[in-house]
Design a protein around this ligand. Structure first.
Ligand SMILES: C[S@@+](CC[C@H](N)C(=O)[O-])C[C@H]1O[C@@H](n2cnc3c(N)ncnc32)[C@H](O)[C@@H]1O
Length: 222
């Protein structure tokens, strides 16, 4: 099963108008994923975890979806713009299921995150810095429109929160956490090995990720 590697955004064009906002393909470090789930659970989710659908926006080869299977989410959903990455993720999900690691239904959709309607019921949206500000803004606005009657039903876990200012400026999203989450030593070693192979040292290695957690508190707009 393959989920690691680095593909710069400029090599991920799939003919979509949002291609130019793709950051890169890079899989989340398991220790950082586990760290943000711990922080989220400390933020007192408003429903039991098995009532939540975990939605990875920019799912890549499916690493975060596979990691989410270790928790009792009601369902695990991925959304990925690039068809080849989606195909690899689908294979990975099938292998995970066959190995008995998938305890909740999992599915991945090949489409633009900004046009993906959130499933009904409480959702946890996971973003590992998938796209730039214009796509994040469109995504948040689409959610605000569809969640008018659903205050508290969306929590956002944002890892490598480069575009956090977009979230800060959107009405209705309340910040519950902001801070650094450390990579384990093993993940730092793996990370350095991948980044060492870059031809032009575009992406820097760090031993932590800037992360934030937001909750949709709603606006009074009708
Ligand atoms: C940094 S990778 C994260 C992969 C995965 N979430 C993980 O944590 O292992 C970001 C992914 O977002 C995808 N992406 C970028 N823009 C997108 C969009 N508008 N809609 C859906 N996926 C997008 C990229 O193709 C890339 O695979």
């Amino acid at each position: 099963m393959r989920t690691s590697g680095l593909v710069a955004g400029r090599h991920l064009g799939a003919g979509h108008r949002h291609d130019r906002h793709i950051t890169a393909y890079y899989a989340v470090a398991p220790s950082v994923f586990q760290g943000i789930i711990v922080r989220w659970r400390r933020c007192r989710p408003l429903a039991p975890i098995d009532a939540y659908t975990f939605v990875d926006l920019g799912a890549g080869m499916g690493r975060a979806m596979l990691l989410a299977c270790a928790y009792p989410f009601g369902a695990v959903v991925g959304v990925e713009l690039h068809p080849t990455l989606t195909r690899i993720a689908r294979k990975n999900l099938a292998l995970w299921r066959a190995a008995g690691h998938a305890h909740s239904p999992m599915r991945i959709h090949c489409r633009d995150a900004a046009e993906f309607p959130l499933p009904p019921g409480p959702c946890v949206a996971f973003l590992f810095n998938p796209f730039g500000a214009p796509v994040l803004r469109r995504t948040l606005r689409a959610w605000s429109r569809s969640l008018v009657q659903r205050a508290g039903q969306l929590d956002i876990l944002y890892v490598n929160n480069e575009q956090e200012s977009v979230l800060e400026r959107e009405p209705g999203f309340e910040r519950l956490f902001r801070g650094q989450i450390r990579r384990s030593r093993a993940d730092t070693v793996a990370d350095r090995a991948i980044l060492k192979r870059q031809p032009n040292a575009e992406y820097a290695a760090t031993s932590w990720e800037g992360c934030s957690i937001y909750r949709w508190a709603g606006t009074d707009r009708k």
